[in-house]
Write a protein that binds this ligand. Structure first.
Ligand code: ADP
Ligand code: MG
Length: 245
Protein backbone atom coordinates (compact mmCIF):
# COMPACT_ATOMS: atom_id res chain seq x y z
CA UNK A 1 0.00 0.00 0.00
CA UNK A 2 1.30 3.41 -0.95
CA UNK A 3 1.59 5.82 1.97
CA UNK A 4 -0.64 8.87 2.28
CA UNK A 5 1.84 11.73 1.90
CA UNK A 6 -0.56 14.52 2.75
CA UNK A 7 -4.03 14.55 4.22
CA UNK A 8 -6.11 17.64 4.89
CA UNK A 9 -9.23 17.04 6.91
CA UNK A 10 -12.17 19.44 7.33
CA UNK A 11 -9.99 22.52 6.84
CA UNK A 12 -11.76 25.84 7.27
CA UNK A 13 -10.35 29.37 7.18
CA UNK A 14 -12.07 32.66 7.76
CA UNK A 15 -10.60 36.13 7.35
CA UNK A 16 -13.00 38.18 9.44
CA UNK A 17 -16.34 37.68 7.74
CA UNK A 18 -14.84 36.20 4.57
CA UNK A 19 -14.90 32.42 4.29
CA UNK A 20 -11.77 31.47 2.30
CA UNK A 21 -12.04 27.71 2.91
CA UNK A 22 -14.95 25.60 4.09
CA UNK A 23 -14.65 21.92 5.08
CA UNK A 24 -11.84 21.03 2.66
CA UNK A 25 -10.67 17.41 2.79
CA UNK A 26 -8.52 15.33 0.43
CA UNK A 27 -5.57 12.95 0.44
CA UNK A 28 -2.48 12.77 -1.74
CA UNK A 29 -0.61 9.50 -2.11
CA UNK A 30 3.16 9.28 -2.00
CA UNK A 31 4.61 9.68 -5.50
CA UNK A 32 1.42 11.11 -6.95
CA UNK A 33 1.26 14.25 -9.14
CA UNK A 34 -2.05 15.87 -8.27
CA UNK A 35 -3.59 19.00 -9.74
CA UNK A 36 -5.53 21.46 -7.62
CA UNK A 37 -7.62 23.74 -9.80
CA UNK A 38 -10.22 26.40 -9.24
CA UNK A 39 -11.09 29.90 -10.38
CA UNK A 40 -9.26 32.91 -8.95
CA UNK A 41 -10.32 33.47 -5.35
CA UNK A 42 -11.34 29.83 -4.84
CA UNK A 43 -8.96 29.44 -1.88
CA UNK A 44 -6.04 27.54 -3.47
CA UNK A 45 -3.21 29.75 -2.20
CA UNK A 46 -4.83 30.00 1.24
CA UNK A 47 -4.82 26.20 1.38
CA UNK A 48 -1.09 26.14 0.55
CA UNK A 49 -0.46 28.72 3.29
CA UNK A 50 -2.23 26.47 5.80
CA UNK A 51 -0.54 23.25 4.67
CA UNK A 52 2.90 24.88 4.75
CA UNK A 53 2.27 26.40 8.19
CA UNK A 54 2.24 30.09 7.28
CA UNK A 55 -1.41 30.40 8.28
CA UNK A 56 -3.32 28.68 11.08
CA UNK A 57 -6.63 27.14 9.99
CA UNK A 58 -9.82 28.20 11.79
CA UNK A 59 -10.50 24.46 12.13
CA UNK A 60 -9.40 21.14 10.68
CA UNK A 61 -6.10 19.31 10.53
CA UNK A 62 -3.12 18.67 8.27
CA UNK A 63 -1.25 15.34 8.40
CA UNK A 64 2.12 14.78 6.72
CA UNK A 65 2.94 11.09 6.21
CA UNK A 66 0.44 10.17 8.91
CA UNK A 67 1.67 12.65 11.48
CA UNK A 68 -0.52 15.56 12.56
CA UNK A 69 1.50 18.71 11.83
CA UNK A 70 -1.33 21.25 12.21
CA UNK A 71 0.44 23.02 15.07
CA UNK A 72 3.99 22.82 13.69
CA UNK A 73 5.73 26.03 12.59
CA UNK A 74 6.52 26.43 8.88
CA UNK A 75 10.29 25.93 9.21
CA UNK A 76 9.84 22.53 10.90
CA UNK A 77 7.49 21.39 8.15
CA UNK A 78 10.02 22.53 5.54
CA UNK A 79 12.82 20.62 7.29
CA UNK A 80 10.59 17.54 7.33
CA UNK A 81 10.27 17.84 3.54
CA UNK A 82 6.98 19.68 3.11
CA UNK A 83 7.98 22.24 0.50
CA UNK A 84 6.20 24.91 -1.54
CA UNK A 85 6.63 27.75 -4.00
CA UNK A 86 4.77 31.06 -3.88
CA UNK A 87 2.33 32.34 -6.50
CA UNK A 88 4.30 35.58 -6.61
CA UNK A 89 7.94 34.55 -7.09
CA UNK A 90 10.04 35.59 -4.09
CA UNK A 91 13.77 35.62 -4.79
CA UNK A 92 16.64 37.50 -3.18
CA UNK A 93 17.16 40.05 -5.94
CA UNK A 94 20.67 41.01 -4.77
CA UNK A 95 21.93 37.42 -4.95
CA UNK A 96 22.78 35.28 -7.97
CA UNK A 97 20.68 32.30 -9.01
CA UNK A 98 23.17 29.88 -7.40
CA UNK A 99 23.27 31.94 -4.18
CA UNK A 100 19.47 31.96 -4.00
CA UNK A 101 19.42 28.17 -4.12
CA UNK A 102 22.37 27.99 -1.70
CA UNK A 103 20.47 29.90 1.02
CA UNK A 104 17.85 27.20 1.04
CA UNK A 105 20.31 24.30 0.60
CA UNK A 106 22.40 25.44 3.59
CA UNK A 107 19.33 25.58 5.81
CA UNK A 108 17.72 22.35 4.72
CA UNK A 109 20.45 19.91 3.70
CA UNK A 110 20.62 16.72 5.74
CA UNK A 111 23.46 16.60 8.30
CA UNK A 112 26.66 15.20 6.80
CA UNK A 113 25.82 16.22 3.24
CA UNK A 114 27.55 19.08 1.46
CA UNK A 115 25.17 21.91 0.53
CA UNK A 116 27.44 22.92 -2.38
CA UNK A 117 26.94 19.52 -3.99
CA UNK A 118 23.20 19.98 -3.51
CA UNK A 119 23.24 23.39 -5.22
CA UNK A 120 25.14 21.99 -8.21
CA UNK A 121 22.76 19.04 -8.45
CA UNK A 122 19.72 21.33 -8.47
CA UNK A 123 21.22 23.69 -11.07
CA UNK A 124 21.91 20.68 -13.27
CA UNK A 125 18.52 19.04 -12.71
CA UNK A 126 16.58 22.21 -13.55
CA UNK A 127 18.95 23.09 -16.40
CA UNK A 128 19.81 26.37 -14.74
CA UNK A 129 23.60 25.98 -15.00
CA UNK A 130 23.98 28.71 -17.66
CA UNK A 131 22.09 31.10 -15.34
CA UNK A 132 23.98 30.15 -12.16
CA UNK A 133 25.93 33.42 -11.86
CA UNK A 134 23.19 35.71 -13.17
CA UNK A 135 21.02 38.00 -11.06
CA UNK A 136 17.28 37.18 -10.90
CA UNK A 137 16.40 40.41 -12.75
CA UNK A 138 18.44 39.23 -15.75
CA UNK A 139 16.62 35.92 -16.33
CA UNK A 140 13.20 35.05 -17.78
CA UNK A 141 10.06 34.54 -15.69
CA UNK A 142 10.21 30.82 -16.52
CA UNK A 143 13.75 30.62 -15.13
CA UNK A 144 12.77 32.68 -12.06
CA UNK A 145 10.02 30.14 -11.42
CA UNK A 146 12.55 27.34 -11.80
CA UNK A 147 14.84 29.02 -9.26
CA UNK A 148 11.89 29.09 -6.87
CA UNK A 149 11.36 25.38 -7.44
CA UNK A 150 15.08 24.83 -6.85
CA UNK A 151 14.87 26.71 -3.56
CA UNK A 152 11.77 24.74 -2.59
CA UNK A 153 13.30 21.30 -3.16
CA UNK A 154 16.84 22.06 -1.94
CA UNK A 155 18.07 19.91 0.91
CA UNK A 156 15.21 17.57 1.55
CA UNK A 157 11.82 17.40 -0.10
CA UNK A 158 9.09 14.78 0.07
CA UNK A 159 6.06 16.82 -1.00
CA UNK A 160 6.31 19.79 -3.37
CA UNK A 161 3.42 22.23 -3.65
CA UNK A 162 3.62 24.48 -6.72
CA UNK A 163 1.46 27.61 -6.72
CA UNK A 164 0.85 28.57 -10.37
CA UNK A 165 4.34 27.62 -11.57
CA UNK A 166 2.96 27.43 -15.11
CA UNK A 167 0.99 30.65 -15.26
CA UNK A 168 2.40 33.58 -17.21
CA UNK A 169 4.63 31.29 -19.27
CA UNK A 170 4.57 30.87 -23.05
CA UNK A 171 3.24 27.56 -24.37
CA UNK A 172 6.79 26.30 -24.99
CA UNK A 173 8.00 27.40 -21.54
CA UNK A 174 4.99 25.73 -19.88
CA UNK A 175 5.68 22.49 -21.79
CA UNK A 176 9.30 22.54 -20.67
CA UNK A 177 8.31 23.29 -17.07
CA UNK A 178 5.84 20.38 -17.06
CA UNK A 179 8.65 18.15 -18.35
CA UNK A 180 10.98 19.28 -15.54
CA UNK A 181 8.31 18.75 -12.87
CA UNK A 182 7.35 15.29 -14.13
CA UNK A 183 11.04 14.30 -14.38
CA UNK A 184 11.59 15.45 -10.80
CA UNK A 185 8.66 13.32 -9.68
CA UNK A 186 9.75 10.33 -11.76
CA UNK A 187 13.43 10.43 -10.80
CA UNK A 188 13.13 11.26 -7.09
CA UNK A 189 9.65 10.05 -6.12
CA UNK A 190 8.73 13.49 -4.75
CA UNK A 191 4.96 13.89 -4.42
CA UNK A 192 3.74 16.96 -6.32
CA UNK A 193 0.65 19.14 -5.96
CA UNK A 194 0.25 21.62 -8.79
CA UNK A 195 -2.09 24.59 -8.43
CA UNK A 196 -3.47 26.14 -11.61
CA UNK A 197 -6.62 27.95 -12.59
CA UNK A 198 -6.80 26.65 -16.16
CA UNK A 199 -7.89 23.03 -16.45
CA UNK A 200 -6.46 22.39 -19.91
CA UNK A 201 -2.94 23.15 -18.68
CA UNK A 202 -3.18 20.48 -16.00
CA UNK A 203 -5.29 17.91 -17.81
CA UNK A 204 -2.37 16.61 -19.85
CA UNK A 205 -0.01 16.60 -16.87
CA UNK A 206 -1.81 14.82 -14.02
CA UNK A 207 -3.90 11.69 -13.51
CA UNK A 208 -5.94 13.24 -10.74
CA UNK A 209 -7.50 16.62 -10.10
CA UNK A 210 -9.16 18.18 -7.08
CA UNK A 211 -11.38 21.15 -7.92
CA UNK A 212 -11.85 23.98 -5.44
CA UNK A 213 -14.59 26.48 -6.01
CA UNK A 214 -16.01 29.07 -3.70
CA UNK A 215 -13.95 27.86 -0.72
CA UNK A 216 -14.84 24.19 -1.01
CA UNK A 217 -14.00 20.97 -2.92
CA UNK A 218 -16.57 20.40 -5.65
CA UNK A 219 -14.93 17.49 -7.49
CA UNK A 220 -12.11 14.95 -7.18
CA UNK A 221 -11.28 12.64 -10.08
CA UNK A 222 -9.44 12.04 -13.34
CA UNK A 223 -9.12 14.98 -15.78
CA UNK A 224 -11.69 13.30 -18.02
CA UNK A 225 -14.18 12.90 -15.18
CA UNK A 226 -13.60 16.50 -14.10
CA UNK A 227 -14.07 17.90 -17.62
CA UNK A 228 -17.47 16.18 -17.87
CA UNK A 229 -18.65 16.94 -14.33
CA UNK A 230 -21.76 19.15 -14.51
CA UNK A 231 -20.92 20.82 -11.18
CA UNK A 232 -17.47 21.78 -12.46
CA UNK A 233 -18.87 23.00 -15.77
CA UNK A 234 -21.42 25.16 -13.94
CA UNK A 235 -18.70 26.54 -11.65
CA UNK A 236 -16.70 27.65 -14.66
CA UNK A 237 -19.89 29.18 -16.08
CA UNK A 238 -19.52 27.59 -19.43
CA UNK A 239 -19.89 24.58 -21.61
CA UNK A 240 -17.77 21.46 -21.61
CA UNK A 241 -15.72 23.05 -24.37
CA UNK A 242 -14.93 26.15 -22.34
CA UNK A 243 -13.80 24.10 -19.35
CA UNK A 244 -11.38 22.19 -21.54
CA UNK A 245 -10.08 25.15 -23.47
N1 ADP B 1 -4.62 37.38 4.23
C1 ADP B 1 -5.87 37.51 3.77
N2 ADP B 1 -6.74 38.36 4.37
C2 ADP B 1 -8.00 38.48 3.92
N3 ADP B 1 -8.51 37.81 2.87
C3 ADP B 1 -7.68 36.96 2.24
C4 ADP B 1 -6.33 36.76 2.63
N4 ADP B 1 -5.76 35.84 1.81
C5 ADP B 1 -6.71 35.48 0.94
N5 ADP B 1 -7.87 36.14 1.18
C6 ADP B 1 -9.14 35.99 0.46
O1 ADP B 1 -9.46 34.60 0.46
C7 ADP B 1 -10.04 34.20 -0.79
C8 ADP B 1 -9.22 33.09 -1.39
O2 ADP B 1 -7.99 33.64 -1.87
P1 ADP B 1 -6.81 32.74 -2.45
O3 ADP B 1 -6.56 31.62 -1.52
O4 ADP B 1 -5.69 33.65 -2.75
O5 ADP B 1 -7.49 32.19 -3.79
P2 ADP B 1 -6.81 31.52 -5.08
O6 ADP B 1 -5.38 31.22 -4.76
O7 ADP B 1 -7.63 30.30 -5.34
O8 ADP B 1 -6.96 32.52 -6.18
C9 ADP B 1 -10.10 35.46 -1.64
O9 ADP B 1 -11.40 36.02 -1.49
C10 ADP B 1 -9.05 36.35 -1.04
O10 ADP B 1 -9.33 37.70 -1.24
MG1 MG C 1 -3.67 31.81 -5.67
Amino acid sequence: MTAIALEVTHIAKQFGGLVALRDVSFRVREGEVMGLIGPNGAGKSTLFEIVSGNLTPSSGRVAFFGRDCTGDPAHLRRRAGLCRTFQKVRLFESMTVAENIAVSARQCVKPGLDWRVEVDAILRRLRLEPQADRMPAEITLADRKKVEIGRAVAGFCRVLMLDESLSGLTHEEAEEMIGEILALNHDTGITVIVVEHVLSVLAAMVKRLVVLNNATVIADGTPNEIAHDPVVIAAYLGTKASVLR
